[in-house]
Design a protein around this ligand. Structure first.
Ligand code: F6R
Length: 320
């Protein structure tokens, strides 16, 4: 697992040449839905953030079995599932097709690719054999490519984007330091809205790779409720705050607030020239930190028994 994260740059290079199969039925849509779960779903959050300020159409993320009621032939539904068999994503795709939506697919195979091929939907098939969370850059690049066929421009220069994954030594050193900082704690990851996908990604990686509970708080909403809970925590010594830096006075306020309370706080400053590269580099740190933590905690990073249990429970169940 650690080696897969360390090889993210090399793995990403191959995706740059991937072709999008199938062609859009229409490029004329008025809304965009991004759908996917877990390690695939985080791509939805990342794309949403990258488009948030520049998109002229509404964008919604669906992490459920059902698309919203307003999905129709004027909607583009972009679905991402590494396995291609995740029931929530599959069901959302099938329902969206039934509602007349334009659908595109990013996956390594499974039923989703079968549907895409049968219907000639625009799709990118990424390489099999990784865990979905470890395939993040590939899924991200493939999604940027498939959206580009619709004229949705998420990021111009993909070579530049993945260039940030070459800073392996500094990324590994930060990750090592962070793994010791977070060991034996309940991490609370705090960011502003810009870095929400990275905060969520960090939490998810702590959950899946390190088998740890963690919590995410987003500023400014954090300052309207959660902030009060810090006044009387049950056990402040077990909490570690990981604040994702942005040049934003509300982040400075949060750091000072936590320091005044005596909360052990680490400020992470991701490297990169723009938001998306910083989110990717921060995700690289999250991957390595959480595999190092897995070793420190003597657990297997690859194994996610509880997710398997849930997926088994879902098998043979129909969702209406
Ligand atoms: C991450 C992971 C899960 C899956 C999620 C959805 O490594 O194992 O978070 O990503 O269960 O599955 P896929 O990505 O196959 O749609």
């Amino acid at each position: 697992m650690e080696n897969t994260y360390l090889n993210w740059y090399e793995l990403s290079l191959s995706v740059l040449n991937y072709e999008v199969s199938g062609s859009p039925r229409t490029k004329d849509f008025e809304r965009l839905v991004l759908t996917g779960m877990g390690g695939s779903g985080i791509v939805c959050d990342t794309i949403y953030t990258a488009l948030y300020r520049k998109s002229k159409i509404p964008i919604t993320i669906v992490k459920d079995f059902q698309p919203p009621g307003w999905v129709n032939s004027n909607t583009l539904v972009c679905s991402i599932s590494y396995s291609g068999n995740t029931l929530e994503t599959l069901n959302t795709v099938i329902k969206s097709l039934n509602l007349g939506a334009e659908v595109c697919v990013v996956s390594s195979g499974g039923k989703l690719v079968e549907i895409a091929k049968e219907r000639g939907l625009p799709h990118v098939v990424v390489d099999k054999g990784l865990l979905p969370r470890a395939a993040f850059p590939q899924l991200l690049i493939a999604t940027i490519k498939v959206l580009n066929t619709y004229g949705v421009n998420v990021y111009e220069d993909l070579n530049k984007l993945i260039g940030v994954l070459t800073f392996k030594d500094v990324t590994a050193a930060t990750s090592r330091e962070l793994s010791y900082f977070l060991k034996d704690s309940i991490p609370v990851i705090i960011s502003n809205f810009n870095y929400y996908p990275l905060a969520l990604r960090f939490k998810d990686e702590l959950n899946e790779n390190s088998k740890m509970m963690a919590k995410v708080e987003i500023i400014p909403e954090w300052a309207h409720n959660d902030i009060v809970g810090w006044e009387r925590p049950v056990n402040i010594d077990i909490i570690r705050a990981l604040v994702i830096w942005d040049d934003d006075p509300t982040i400075e306020f949060a750091i000072n607030y936590l320091k005044e309370l005596g909360v052990k706080t680490y400020v992470l400053k991701p490297l990169g020239d723009d938001l998306l590269t910083k989110i990717l580099q921060g995700s690289h740190i999250a991957g390595l930190t959480t595999t190092y933590l897995a070793t420190l905690r003597n657990v297997r990073a690859e194994e996610t028994l509880s997710i398997d249990k849930y997926k088994k429970f879902l098998q043979n169940r129909t969702v209406s």
